[in-house]
Design a binder for this molecule. Structure first.
Ligand code: FE2
Ligand code: FE2
Length: 240
């Protein structure tokens, strides 16, 4: 069963543990006047995800569903949520709208850029465009109100972890990236880290592993100082 935990004011982490997979999978519910999801989880986990969302909000009230990039764990259940929330709209980068969601989503997506603000009521979402971190269409959402960066596949850690941590898990993080090799280019990663540092986030709402609530400079420094870009030979068909 998915677990639900409040990780910042009115921001809830829904977490799935998938047997024999080295990372867990999270998405986030922002409970507000205009409720939002950040990510949807896999389509194949939809029933469990829906039940978890219902513990926080009425999913029919959803207004926005942020898609950081087009992958199954990020947005596989998008159309299932859109189907039961008549006023909900997918939110993605301009590249994401053009290449993926204008075609895939059952309703026209809202393309946002770094000038966009979504006022949810208490929370205000801004966006960073972070191409190739780790997909062409990548975008990160930032809640100004709580200082929460929805960091998607940045700052992830392996294995089941508590909902939040203030521990330095950067060695574990680096091992994951060195193994699976999701960042194609140092230049693209540095550009994203520059933008994140300028925001000075107080919380990193990671898509895999714990939400990071302390020692954030250590996580940024680790990705600057260690080479986690380039080719690896990882093959998920052979397991971890
Ligand atoms: Fe991803
Ligand atoms: Fe992911």
């Amino acid at each position: 069963m998915a677990t639900v935990a409040e990780v910042a004011p009115a921001i809830y982490r829904v977490n799935h543990v998938v047997p024999d997979v080295p990372v867990t999978f999270s998405f986030f519910v922002i409970a507000d006047d205009q409720p939002a999801l950040v990510q949807t989880g896999f389509g194949r986990c939809f029933d469990e995800s829906l039940e978890a969302v219902r513990r926080v909000i009425d999913p029919a009230r959803l207004r926005y569903i942020v898609v950081p990039h087009f992958e199954g764990d990020e947005c596989g259940a998008l159309n299932r949520f859109l189907a039961l929330a008549p006023h909900a709209q997918a939110v993605c980068s301009p590249i994401g709208a053009f290449t993926n969601l204008a075609d895939f989503a059952l309703r026209e997506p809202l393309a946002v850029d770094e000038t966009s603000v979504l006022d949810l009521g208490q929370h205000r979402l801004r966006f960073l465009l972070t191409p190739y971190v780790h997909q062409w269409d990548s975008l990160l959402a930032f809640d100004e109100t709580t200082g929460t960066l929805f960091s998607s596949d940045l700052f992830i850690q392996p294995g089941p972890q508590p909902p939040t941590t203030d521990r330095d898990l950067t060695e574990e993080m680096l091992l994951v990236y060195r193994t699976i090799g999701i960042f194609p280019s140092r230049a693209h990663l540095n550009a994203a880290l520059d933008k994140i540092e300028a925001l000075a986030p107080r919380t990193l709402a990671c898509h895999h592993g714990s939400v990071v609530s302390g020692q954030i400079p250590a996580y940024l420094r680790a990705l600057r100082e260690h080479d986690v870009t380039g080719l690896t030979a990882w093959n998920p068909m052979r397991g971890a």
